[in-house]
Ligand binder design. Sequence first.
Ligand SMILES: NC(=O)c1ccc[n+]([C@@H]2O[C@H](COP(=O)([O-])OP(=O)(O)OC[C@H]3O[C@@H](n4cnc5c(N)ncnc54)[C@H](OP(=O)(O)O)[C@@H]3O)[C@@H](O)[C@H]2O)c1
Length: 258
Amino acid sequence: MITGGSSGIGFELARQLVALGNTVAITGRDTTNLQAAQSRLPGLKIFRSDVTDPRAIPALCERVVADLPALNVLINCAGIMRKIDLQKASLKLEDVTREIETNLNGTIWMDLQFLPHLKRQGNAAIVNVSSGLAFVPMPISPVYSASKAAIHAFTLSLRVQLKNTSVKVFELAPPGTDTPLFWGDFTREDVGGLKPMSVEMLAKRAIAGVKKDVLEIRPGLANALKLGSRIAPKFMLSQIGKSVDLMHVRSRNSALSS
Ligand SMILES: NC(=O)c1ccc[n+]([C@@H]2O[C@H](COP(=O)([O-])OP(=O)(O)OC[C@H]3O[C@@H](n4cnc5c(N)ncnc54)[C@H](OP(=O)(O)O)[C@@H]3O)[C@@H](O)[C@H]2O)c1
């Protein structure tokens, strides 16, 4: 079961896992996107569900377990990422924490709802998708970075609490990866000219990591971010923080022209 499997990393994981002979189900909010994914991957099971709705998650779990009683892997991939200028006067409190609701609350709710079923399987796994930005925040995406650091911390705790169960707990911390999310709200300058990892390579590294029991999978630059956060945290933050100046210049220019 892959949340957010209709696009990007989730879809590519689904594609590679189906090719390896697995039965895969995906979720997403948009039925058209889910159907498009299914037409590209015949046999894929699709379930429309929003991870930010805690009332929808028990119903989803019931439907999925009835359809796939042998389900033994949950991958929490659903996520959003926005650029947010924290000084912008028009910010709405109820909107500014959307990344927390989707990325963090959604992951915790899915983990806990599916846990009883996963524990009944002889051999099961949860994969929580964080980010290299869990280790060093990207200041132009402050709420996103906070949500991913929190997923990292939650996953560490979940792993300790489940140590005597049959459920292994993995964290996949992708680096910048070539998906609609990477380019959605960001320009090439925003990401410091970074060339993202291909989604095929990311999914390949993720599956290889799980197969080898690497509990914290940090492909490419994500590993450098973790190392840098230990060795030179101020330097790393100042490098990633450079795009804040650019964001301020753009805000000033658009204020002047309006
Ligand atoms: N791409 C990167 O550079 C990168 C780097 C590090 C970490 N990640 C993480 O990897 C994960 C996947 O990102 P991606 O790059 O593959 O993004 P993507 O291509 O934009 O795909 C995001 C997926 O999440 C679904 N989704 C969004 N909100 C949802 C909600 N409330 N409920 C259910 N599904 C929802 C989307 O479908 P609908 O919109 O139809 O719901 C879509 O299927 C995210 O957690 C992201 O933070 C990505």
